[in-house]
Design a protein around this ligand. Structure first.
Ligand code: PRP
Length: 180
């Protein structure tokens, strides 16, 4: 185990199984709908690439970049678009793919941003949800796992751009992100 972690929260095989379940569910719900999966850079890339391979119906993918928290472990609350989508989603069924929902502010911003483009529907699919950290009332349609209020990394999630390549999700030791 990486020495910066206090625990492994979800092993690789557990994540894989859950993503397969989500893919099966989405394949049923979106059959004949040719959905557009919109991956929120950068953390959700790992989740997207696994999820899309477990979806057995035609789909398209696109990417969006929004302002990140940078080196801070806390949300600044102010969000801007860095890279917008390229596909015209008017009349399309959109699934926003996120790695984690913390305060919920990013997801709310994304839904608002995409909604003005008149998609047929918008759903949200999130690998990890931290209900205790929500600052707003937000509905998530598809959740991989609910987690507690720990600082988690791996499987796309970073701290200072590190740990994204860990194939599992772990809890970062406080001493790594809290300055003495
Ligand atoms: C993470 C995550 C979400 C957001 C969730 O992104 O991918 O976009 O934070 O937090 P919230 O619910 O408090 O808004 P981050 O800004 O760390 O960028 P990254 O995906 O590039 O790591």
């Amino acid at each position: 185990m990486n020495n910066d972690l206090s625990a492994v929260l979800f092993e690789e095989n557990v994540i894989r199984m859950r993503i397969r379940e989500l893919g099966t569910e989405l394949s049923k719900v979106y059959a004949e709908k040719n959905p557009v999966l919109i991956c929120v850079l950068r953390g959700a890339v790992v989740f997207l690439t696994d999820l899309m391979r477990h979806i057995t119906i035609p789909l398209e993918i696109d990417f969006m970049g929004i302002s990140s928290y940078g080196a801070s472990a806390q949300s600044s609350g102010s969000i801007t678009v860095k890279n917008d989508i390229n596909i015209d989603i008017k009349g399309r069924h959109v699934i926003i793919v996120e790695d984690i929902v913390d305060t919920g502010l990013s997801l709310r911003f994304l839904i608002g941003h995409l909604d003005i483009l008149s998609p047929a529907s918008i759903a949200t699919c999130v690998l990890l949800d931290k209900p205790e950290a929500h600052k707003i009332d937000i509905h998530i349609d598809y959740v991989g796992f609910e987690i507690g209020n720990d600082f988690v990394v791996g499987f796309g999630l970073d701290f200072n751009e590190k740990y994204r390549n860990l194939p599992y999700v772990g809890i970062l030791k406080e001493e790594v992100y809290i300055e003495p």
